[in-house]
Design a protein around this ligand. Structure first.
Ligand SMILES: *[C@@H]1O[C@H](CO)[C@@H](O)[C@H](O)[C@H]1NC(C)=O
Ligand SMILES: *[C@@H]1O[C@H](CO)[C@@H](O)[C@H](O)[C@H]1NC(C)=O
Ligand SMILES: [Ca+2]
Length: 264
């Protein structure tokens, strides 16, 4: 019995020591690189029609469409602990509704920090956004944690299909940045890119950190993230396709930040 207690204590101490090395504060947010992989698969989605349009059944379908499931409370909390902050209430596992808040603000989360939890909803016809979990990547979007990778529109180098919704979430190690470089670019062109477009977000969701919307056949400039996460969103409408795009992302380590990237 005593031996067991000692073993348990040693085990716990080992965990604590292992954990502390990986923790760090940045912008007042506690980040933990160990949790990164576990939390990487959590993401927020809204309906194509806009905010707060999904019933519970539709929310489940949205996650399933991308090969995922509704996120559990623990997955959402793990993601929040490493900086996942979204100011929109969404369905998650077992018909619960809430959203993850990292930084308190007057307009969001009632000044609280944590999962703002609306509880288990009795009325599953209510309309909210959704939080999904999918740790695996697929051709159209997915969560990517590799240090370097080529991403491309579905079907590339053939023309992309109509009615696509792809989100690529890139999450690298805490401290790293992400550098995007476009290799090929051809998306149905129109003023304001309303038909088909690729959007870049300097964040882990498609709500904050909007950094640009692109269409046409001009190669967008390289882009470097401010943190270790980035989101790319590719939407196509119901007619007219084009050649699609191919881009490469590369991890930039802290010691490379000072190097100015004037080369292309
Ligand atoms: C459930 O929610 C929907 C959408 O808000 C509403 O139209 C409906 O009346 C609600 N049903 C009940 C039984 O409250
Ligand atoms: C990078 O560019 C900035 C502004 O152009 C300059 O002030 C800085 O010295 C440059 N850093 C290096 C390492 O070349
Ligand atoms: Ca189109």
């Amino acid at each position: 019995m005593i031996a067991l207690h000692i073993l348990a204590a040693l085990f716990f101490l080992g965990l604590v020591l292992k954990e502390t090395q990986a923790w760090g504060y940045k912008n007042g947010i506690l980040h933990n690189s160990i949790w990164l992989e576990q939390a990487a698969g959590v993401y927020h989605r809204e309906s194509r029609k806009g905010r707060y349009q999904l019933t519970y059944k539709e929310a489940k379908a949205v996650c399933k469409f991308e090969g995922g499931t509704l996120a559990t409370y623990d997955q959402l909390e793990a993601a929040r602990q490493i900086g996942f902050h979204v100011c929109s209430a969404g369905w998650f596992d077992k018909g619960r509704v809430g959203y993850p808040i990292v930084k308190s603000g007057a307009n969001c989360g009632f000044g609280r920090i944590g999962i703002v939890d609306y509880g288990y909803r009795l009325n599953k016809s209510e309309r909210w956004d959704v939080y999904c979990y999918n740790p695996n990547s697929k051709e159209c979007g997915g969560v990517h944690t590799d240090q370097q990778k080529i991403l491309q529109s579905p079907g590339y180098p053939d023309e992309y299909p109509d009615e696509q919704i792809c989100y690529w979430h890139i999450r690298l190690r805490y401290g790293q940045k992400i550098r995007l470089r476009f290799l090929d670019f051809d998306i149905e062109d129109d003023t304001d890119c309303l038909s088909d477009f690729l959007e870049i977000y300097d964040s882990y969701d498609d709500i904050s950190g909007f950094a640009g919307r692109f269409c046409g056949d001009e190669l967008p400039e390289d882009f470097i993230s401010t943190g270790n996460v980035m989101t790319l969103k590719f939407l196509t409408d119901s007619s007219v396709s084009a050649g699609g795009f191919q881009l490469e992302y590369i991890a930039v380590d802290p010691d490379q930040f000072s190097t100015n990237n004037t080369s292309t």
